[in-house]
Write a protein that binds this ligand. Structure first.
Ligand code: AMP
Ligand code: ZN
Ligand code: FE
Ligand code: FE
Length: 277
C-alpha cells in the first residue's frame, strides 16, 4: 500500500473522470489518494462520492497552482483547503478565466506558424475542465501537425516554444498564503522542475510552505535521497505522487507508480489536523 498525492482529472487537463480516477487508484492499492487539478476543485465532489465505495482509500482534496519564478515556474500544491469557501472559488474561477485568454493566444500563435487548430475543437477537448496546454497539444496531434503530445510541447508549446503564451501568475509566496488563508497545507510540486529551487526554498518556508515532493513521478533514487535531505533540513513534509494525467497524455508515471510511502499521506493528514485544531 502506498500514497499518491498528485493526480489530475477531467476537471483540469487529465483524461479520466474523477470517479474513474478514484476507482483506478483503489484498484492500484493506493491508500492515501489526492486529486490536485490545476486551478480547480470541481472534480472533488464526484471523487468523494466514488471514494465511498472504497473503504480502504482515503481521499485527500487538493489543488495545483502555477506560479512564476525567475526563468521558470514553481507549482504549489494545496491540500485540504476549505473548498466550500465562495471567495476561494471566485479566485480559482478568475485563474481559469486567465487560462482561457492565454489558450486563445497560443491558438493564434499556432495559426501564424502555419499549424492551425480550431478553438472549437480545443474547447471541446477541454470540456468543463480548466483549459491547459495538454488540450492544445491533443488538438495539434489530431490535426496531424505532430505525431504525439510530447512532440507538440517540444516543437510548439513548451515554455520556450514558438507558440507559447504565458499569463500573469502569482508568486510562490502568494500561492502559499492563499492556500493557508483557506485552511490548506502548501507543498512544492516537482522541485527539480524549478530553476534555483534550493536558494528559493528558505523564503517559501518563511511564507508557510509545509511540504515538498520527494517521491515524485519517476524521479530516480539518488534525486529522491537528495530531496529528502533538503526536506528534512527545512522541516518540510516529504510528500509525492505520480502527477498522473491519464493514459496517453504523455510518457509518464502510472497511477501509484511514484512509490510514495504511506507515511506521506499520514503525515499530511496529521499536520492538517494539528494546524486546524
Ligand atoms: P499549463 O498548465 O497549461 O501551463 O500546462 C501545463 C501542463 O502541461 C503540465 O501539468 C503537464 O501536464 C503538461 N506538460 C508540461 N510540459 C510538458 C511536456 N514537455 N510534455 C508533455 N506535457 C507537458
Ligand atoms: Zn497538468
Ligand atoms: Fe505541475
Ligand atoms: Fe500536476
Amino acid at each position: 500500500m502506498s500514497s499518491d498525492l498528485h493526480t489530475h482529472s477531467t476537471a483540469s487537463d487529465g483524461l479520466l473522470k474523477p470517479a474513474e480516477l478514484v476507482h483506478q487508484a483503489a484498484a492500484a492499492g493506493i491508500k492515501y489518494f489526492a486529486i490536485t487539478d490545476h486551478d480547480s476543485t470541481d472534480g472533488l465532489a464526484e471523487a468523494r462520492q466514488a471514494a465511498e465505495q472504497h473503504p480502504g482509500l482515503t481521499l485527500i482534496p487538493g489543488i495545483e497552482l502555477s506560479t512564476d519564478v525567475q526563468e521558470g515556474e514553481a507549482h504549489i500544491l494545496g491540500y485540504l483547503l476549505d473548498v466550500e469557501n465562495p471567495e476561494l472559488q471566485a479566485t480559482l474561477a478568475s485563474f481559469r478565466d486567465d487560462r482561457l485568454g492565454r489558450a486563445l493566444r497560443m491558438i493564434e500563435n499556432l495559426r501564424n506558424l502555419g499549424v492551425p487548430v480550431s478553438w472549437e475543437r480545443v474547447a471541446e477537448i477541454a470540456g468543463d475542465g480548466a483549459i491547459g496546454r495538454p488540450h492544445i497539444a491533443q488538438a495539434l496531434m489530431e490535426a496531424g501537425h505532430v505525431p504525439s503530445i510530447r512532440e507538440a510541447f517540444d516543437r510548439y508549446i513548451s515554455n520556450d516554444g514558438p507558440a507559447y503564451a504565458g499569463r500573469r501568475k502569482m508568486t510562490p509566496e502568494e500561492a502559499i498564503s492563499l492556500i493557508k488563508k483557506y485552511g490548506g497545507v502548501a507543498a512544492l510540486a516537482h522541485p527539480k522542475e524549478t530553476p534555483q529551487v534550493e536558494s528559493l526554498l528558505p523564503g517559501w518556508v518563511e511564507a508557510g510552505l509545509a511540504g515538498m515532493e520527494v517521491y515524485y513521478g519517476l524521479y530516480p533514487d539518488d534525486l529522491r535521497a537528495h530531496l529528502k535531505s533538503l526536506a528534512d533540513q527545512h522541516g518540510l513534509l516529504a510528500l509525492g505522487g505520480s502527477d498522473y494525467h491519464g493514459p496517453g497524455r504523455a510518457a509518464e508515471c502510472p497511477l501509484g507508480g511514484s512509490n510514495t510511502p504511506l507515511e506521506a499521506g499520514e503525515s499530511l493528514l496529521a499536520l492538517h489536523a494539528r494546524v486546524s485544531a
